[in-house]
Write a protein that binds this ligand. Structure first.
Ligand SMILES: NC(=O)c1ccc[n+]([C@@H]2O[C@H](COP(=O)([O-])OP(=O)(O)OC[C@H]3O[C@@H](n4cnc5c(N)ncnc54)[C@H](O)[C@@H]3O)[C@@H](O)[C@H]2O)c1
Ligand SMILES: [Zn+2]
Ligand SMILES: [Zn+2]
Length: 300
């Protein structure tokens, strides 16, 4: 079928919205008509090269919509079902999935490289195969994805909100609740209040933190953080240190969660200084790569 997608053709290029060819779903795949797609900083990393991929690529990995066709063997969802797409697939059978670490599913190993799990492509344009960000490519009217990458949701839930659960909400809340293991009474510092940080702030509140200090140089982000549950804000990690030190009478934070746009080594030292005894520093950011991507399923 023909559909429309935003394709990135080269490093440093622009997203080109154009007509593309989309294959029907193969075994274990579904065709989804998108209702909404989020834009995560990881999509911008495709443009800057901070996330290594092979081009061309349909961007987007936060999407929600309805199933319009299922491939052979698909029983988990049916035509018409509302679904959220998850930025990593979950097979439910590998050693990570069965231990509950579905975000580490073996099938996610090459998810950002472009082709589908069988190594072939569903999107085609200008005579070339076109990859899909995180096996999804949600910057499109329609996409074909593994059924392992969709989660059926209740009828009636607003799909434009559900889309954000595919990456930003789960990553941010998970950084606070699971990785930082925040508990009632704890003090947390969230550094970088974008899509991920805003959800880490909410995760810290859900975990019952007494103090949640949100750090961002942008005033608007600090205002939003207060609306979302931060108890205090700071424009820099240095400023946050003074706040945290005084709030905790020198004990410092239980966790600092780094969610700025790009990981830089220089951020680690001030982050380590923000936490006290048994403190955790969680880095939820993509760092500039030192390796070249390959068009294969596995990193090697
Ligand atoms: N599963 C994952 O590991 C995962 C998932 C999604 C996103 N990410 C990564 O998380 C990071 C954040 O993504 P996002 O979509 O929230 O980005 P974003 O661009 O929406 O937000 C980044 C925020 O950091 C702030 N910032 C920049 N420099 C800062 C500094 N020195 N101190 C404090 N704040 C600073 C910016 O003002 C901005 O508000 C990206 O690197 C992204 O690739 C990781
Ligand atoms: Zn993302
Ligand atoms: Zn798995």
């Amino acid at each position: 079928m023909r559909t429309t997608a935003a394709v990135l053709w080269e490093l440093g290029g622009k997203w080109e919205v154009e007509e593309v060819e989309l294959d029907p779903p193969a075994a274990g795949e579904v065709l989804v008509e998108l209702t909404a797609s989020g834009l995560c900083h990881s999509d911008e990393h495709l443009v800057t090269g901070d996330l290594p991929v092979a081009y061309p690529m349909v961007g987007g990995h936060e999407g929600a919509g309805r199933v319009v066709e299922v491939g052979p063997g698909v029983r988990e969802v049916a035509v018409g079902d509302p679904v959220v797409m998850t930025f990593l697939p979950s097979c439910g059978r590998c050693s990570y999935c069965v231990r509950g670490y579905t975000a580490l599913c073996d099938d996610g190993a090459g998810a950002t490289l472009g082709p589908q799990l069988d190594g072939t492509y569903r999107f085609h344009a200008r005579g070339e195969d076109v990859g899909q960000m995180c096996l999804l490519g949600t910057f499109a009217r329609h996409t074909v994805v593994p059924v392992k990458s969709v989660v059926k949701i209740d009828e009636g839930f607003p799909l434009h909100l559900a889309a954000l659960v595919g990456c930003g909400v789960t990553t941010g809340v998970g950084s606070a609740v699971r990785t930082a293991e925040l508990r009632p009474g704890d003090t947390a510092v969230v550094v970088g209040i974008g899509g991920i940080g805003a959800n880490a702030v909410q995760g810290a509140r859900l975990a019952g933190c007494r103090y949640v200090v949100a750090v961002d140089p942008v005033g608007f982000k600090r205002e939003k953080a207060l609306e979302l549950g931060a108890t205090h804000v700071a424009a820099s990690m240095d400023e946050a240190w003074n706040t945290v030190s005084s709030l905790t009478r020198g004990q410092l934070a239980d966790a600092a969660i780094l969610t700025t746009g790009v990981a830089e080594g220089a951020y680690l030292q001030p982050a380590l200084q923000l936490v006290g005894k048994r403190g955790r520093v969680v880095v939820t950011r993509s760092a500039t790569p030192t390796r070249t991507p390959r068009r294969s399923r596995c990193w090697s």
